[in-house]
Design a binder for this molecule. Structure first.
Ligand code: NAD
Length: 289
């Protein structure tokens, strides 16, 4: 079997188009222009690139983009004060604090200062709790994007065995909960899992979110499985995933490449969350996206 390549770039571009349409409809119906504020602390070069790309994508979708930069020496109370200002600013519908933060700042403290209604990363305790409870909230972007990609291959996930390797708060845990909400039977695997290869071989949907280049070998993939590779690992001048792509592609039914798979979905879902936040904050119905 040769796997179909799940084209995250194309799926993300189509999602960004739908977001732009929803922005236009929101503007003409209620005069609201959604706004996304990104907070960047310090001078991590990769973070600067991410923030710039988010700003460009936000404006391209017809939304307002606000960038706030603080020096690497900023104190926790400076970042908290900025988040509180953004919470109170009506032009701001989404607040994203770019990670990682410098060591002197407690990221959990900062994140939990964000108004849950503006928490477009879905990382506050309130939104994490809503996801657990199955209530409406803002869902973390990378896991949401991963599920959207799976659904381009298979609409009905009910009863399928999903194995999620990695249990981070950012990716693995919320992805497991989203797949559970789709009625998958979910196994959360992690660094202490015994015989990870055998666990992975039992997956109809195999998601890797570890951060270890090509940890998931080709023969860990069940024939006909859907493989979602969230990992981004820099090896020399190349970016590679957590899955041995070439070997896995000979067994999988469909697989995401790295780059060009899950990565582009993250920003697209961030834009989607910003529009949802803009509507919900004003008591409007969720726009069709
Ligand atoms: P993390 O370091 O917070 O979590 C890694 C998880 O992997 C942990 O839960 C750990 O238990 C598990 N793990 C570690 N070693 C393992 C092993 N040998 N076997 C099984 N499990 C193991 O990382 P994260 O933030 O969840 O990110 C994971 C990867 O996804 C990274 O490569 C990151 O760059 C990438 N990522 C990509 C996007 C995107 O937009 N595509 C977004 C976020 C993260």
């Amino acid at each position: 079997m040769t796997a179909a390549i799940i084209d995250g770039k194309a799926v993300a571009a189509a999602l960004r188009e739908r977001v732009a349409g929803a922005v236009q409809r929101l503007q003409s119906a209620s005069g609201v222009t959604p706004g996304l504020a990104v907070v960047l602390v310090g001078d991590d070069p990769a973070s600067h690139v991410y923030v710039r790309n988010k700003g460009i994508a936000t404006k391209k979708a017809g939304m307002a983009s606000f960038e706030h930069r603080l020096p690497a020496t900023a104190r926790e109370e400076d970042v908290v004060a900025l988040v509180r200002r953004l919470n109170a600013d009506d032009a701001v519908d989404g607040i994203l604090v770019q990670m990682p933060l410098p060591a002197q700042i407690d990221a959990h403290k900062v994140i939990n200062e964000i108004d849950p209604a503006k928490d477009v990363d879905g990382l506050t305790q309130a939104n994490a709790g809503r996801l657990l409870l199955g209530a409406t909230g803002l869902v973390p972007c990378t896991p949401h994007g991963s599920v959207l990609l799976i659904k381009t291959v298979e609409q009905k996930l009910s009863g399928l065995h999903a194995v999620v390797v990695g249990r981070s708060i950012l990716v693995g845990k919320p992805l497991s909960l989203l797949l559970l909400a789709e009625n998958c039977t979910v196994t959360m695997a992690h660094s202490r899992t015994k015989d990870l290869a055998a666990v992975c071989r039992s997956a109809d949907i195999l998601c890797a979110a570890v951060g270890k280049a090509e940890l998931v070998q080709g023969d860990w993939v069940k024939e006909g499985a859907i493989v979602i590779d969230v990992g981004i690992n820099r090896v020399g001048d190349r970016l590679i995933g957590d899955v041995d792509y070439a070997a896995a592609a000979t067994r999988a039914r469909a697989i995401t490449p790295v780059p060009g798979g899950v990565g582009p979905m993250t920003i697209a879902c961030l834009l989607k969350n910003t529009v949802l936040a803009a509507a919900r904050r004003r008591g409007l119905a969720d726009p069709e996206i």
